[in-house]
Design a protein around this ligand. Structure first.
Ligand SMILES: C[S@@+](CC[C@H](N)C(=O)[O-])C[C@H]1O[C@@H](n2cnc3c(N)ncnc32)[C@H](O)[C@@H]1O
Length: 254
């Protein structure tokens, strides 16, 4: 982490470590190759150099490598990059792993495709820093390159919002989720409480929630043209029933 920045929730490695089994069950890895097929159909990149921004344990990076891409995976979390390295080794795939904050990673005109998957965008208290990330992505794309961002959209959240929900996970752990909307419906503060073997552990995190229009405006602001919104990776329309907000935008220069 850069010394000039204040410490935020995502800088706590134990957050990613303790929640790993719930965020990254094996079935999430198992469904990734199919997701990548859909992503390639939606984005149609011109070349085979790709950046997986906030790559975590390397799900998409490794599946892209298996699809013949030259991959750079960037993430800040040591623990997750170690998982990614081990999985790439097991799959016999070569990936360049870079430990860096997404606000700092920029590599001019290097990539044909940039992915930000599974709600890895909108983390910063200062929304100007989300814009900085988009500027970095835009600069890192080659002319004609394409970017795909996958988050939960504000329209969907507004439709399904419940302050408290609870689930029992396959291993018997109870997960209670509490949510609070902040700052005029621009941010959500979450608390996840895990109850396991008579013990409770709580995790707090918060992030910006973008509507389709807000995300498109931010992307346009940094130079992207023709920003298309979809409700899933199959390319269905975006709207309040859409499970995801998928933005696909191209860098057209000149
Ligand atoms: C929900 S996970 C998604 C991982 C991956 N994109 C996927 O689809 O499986 C979010 C990821 O963002 C990373 N992350 C959080 N804040 C970051 C930052 N400021 N810079 C770089 N990576 C960050 C975390 O370490 C984590 O791997």
């Amino acid at each position: 982490m850069s010394a000039r920045r204040k410490r935020e929730w995502f800088d706590d490695d134990s957050f990613w470590q303790d929640l790993y089994p719930f965020m990254f069950p094996e079935q999430r890895f198992a469904s990734t190759a199919e997701q990548i097929e859909k992503i390639l159909a939606l984005t149609k990149p011109d070349g085979k150099a790709a950046l997986d921004l906030c790559c975590g344990p390397g799900r998409c990076s490794i599946a892209l490598a298996q699809a013949g891409f030259t991959i750079t995976g960037v993430d800040r979390t040591d623990f997750l990059l170690d998982k990614a390295r081990a999985r790439a080794r097991d799959a016999n795939m070569k990936v360049e792993w870079v430990q860096m904050d997404m606000r700092d990673f920029v590599r001019e005109d290097a990539f044909d495709l940039v992915l930000s998957m599974f709600t890895s965008f909108g983390y910063f208290d200062d929304k100007g820093e989300d814009l900085l990330v988009l500027r970095n992505v835009f600069s890192s794309l080659r002319s004609g390159g394409v970017c795909l961002i996958d988050v939960m959209g504000k329209e969907r959240l507004a439709r399904i919002f419940q302050p408290t929900t609870s689930d029992v996970l396959p291993d018997g752990t109870m997960l209670v989720q509490r949510h609070e909307i902040l700052d005029d419906w621009t941010r959500v503060r979450n608390e996840w409480i895990l109850f396991r073997k008579g013990r409770a552990k709580s995790f707090r995190f918060h992030h910006t929630i973008y509507s389709g229009q807000e995300l498109r405006d931010r992307m346009t602001q940094v130079g992207f043209t023709d920003v298309r919104l979809y409700g899933n990776l199959d390319g269905d329309n975006y709207g309040p029933d859409a499970h995801r907000l998928i933005a696909v935008a191209r860098k057209t220069v000149g």
